[in-house]
Ligand binder design. Structure first.
Ligand code: COA
Length: 319
């Protein structure tokens, strides 16, 4: 087999979309069609680097593709140059010949050369450990809370997130998450905050002209909040959503666990649905990085819970 691995070019985009469609629709019993869209969205990420979106070419045909997107991460309260590996696919007719391995090993090598410290993914737990991925390194899910807004009238309004909101959002995020054990940091661009998914809203909650909160949630299941930043009035922001969307002042939400909902007047934590899984993996790319090593070792030793994280809006592909 004469295999070449090289960075993608715009001439490859159509073939890469077709390949992702074919590989993922066959892999998933119900057919999984979102991956070509995810690839397109990742190409619009401000840190997208075509050197890290590789194709495997055999006899002039693209038979494999992998994407490693640089993404700032927080690890044990420090900023790290991380990356998210997604997607990876090999044409069904070409699987089992080492093409997936060649793509992952090459993209890791290029990522290391570019100074990336770690790569994070959700993937097949029996496949990725051969490349150094460690299982159960983070958790996903939410915390179910009951909210009772007070009887006074709702002082808040909302509107879609705008580019002008980014400084407030970035500052709020730093206050809320920059000390986390592990967090996916937003890039300083409105793309970090809106959701491309038609069924998902990303809202600024305002008091007069002033932002008091940011909420990303699906319309089909409006109790599940995908991302949440609140200045200081959690119950007021959630009460505003209840009144606006459900026409009532009490109700339940599932909040992202990394928004750290705490008991507050009017908010009662009912249950935690935060779960880790073998599929939630991290690979250390920069071996000498003591902070990343320490996070992984402490989680593996059971000294630290796998951190609850939220994926950025680009990954709202199931919304
Ligand atoms: C997963 C995938 C990229 C592997 O590519 P590949 O070129 O076939 O992989 P390689 O030839 O490097 O490795 C083959 C090995 O991986 C194993 N493997 C393949 N798919 C696997 C899976 N879903 N889970 C666990 N192991 C898997 C094979 O059993 C084989 O094992 P062996 O080396 O012990 O014989 C490819 O099967 C694919 O595109 N699948 C559909 C899309 C997908 O699931 N992408 C990954 C999403 S996380």
């Amino acid at each position: 087999m004469n295999l070449t691995i090289r960075p993608e070019t715009p001439d490859d985009y159509a073939a890469i979309a077709a390949l992702n469609y074919e590989a993922f629709v066959q892999w998933h019993p119900a057919g999984f069609k979102a991956e070509p869209l995810l690839v397109d969205l990742l190409r619009h990420h401000p840190l997208y680097d075509p050197d890290l979106s590789l194709v495997a070419v055999c006899e002039g045909h693209i038979v494999g593709h992998v994407m490693l997107t640089p993404w700032p991460l927080v690890v044990l309260g420090t900023q790290q140059r991380g990356a998210i590996l997604a997607p990876l696919c090999v044409a069904p007719r070409a699987q089992g010949q080492g093409i997936g391995r060649a793509l992952v090993e090459r993209v890791h090598e290029v990522g290391r050369q570019k100074g990336l410290a770690l790569s994070l993914l959700c993937g097949h737990p029996d496949y990725y450990p051969r490349f150094g991925y460690r299982q159960r390194m983070f958790s996903l899910g939410g915390v179910r809370v009951s909210v009772t807004a007070d009887d006074s009238s709702d002082p808040y309004s909302d509107r879609p997130v705008l580019a002008a909101d980014v400084p407030w959002l970035a500052a709020r995020w730093r206050q809320q998450c920059s000390e986390d054990a592990l967090a996916i940091a937003p890039v300083e661009d409105v793309t970090a905050w809106y959701s491309h998914a038609p069924a998902c809203d990303a809202l600024m909650v305002l008091h007069g002209e002033h932002p008091v909160g940011y909420v990303r949630l699906g319309r089909s299941h409006p109790v599940t909040v995908k991302a949440l930043l609140v200045a200081d009035d959690l119950v007021g922001v959630l009460g505003h959503l209840l009144r606006g969307r459900h026409q009532r002042s009490t109700g339940e939400f599932i909040l992202p666990a990394d928004a750290a909902p705490r008991e507050a007047t009017g908010v009662t934590v009912l249950a935690s649905d935060v779960a880790t899984a073998e599929a939630f993996m991290i690979c250390i790319l920069e071996e000498g990085n003591a902070v990343v090593q320490r996070y992984c070792q402490r989680v593996q030793a059971g000294e630290l819970d796998p951190a609850a994280i939220s994926f950025p809006g680009m990954f709202d592909i199931d919304a």
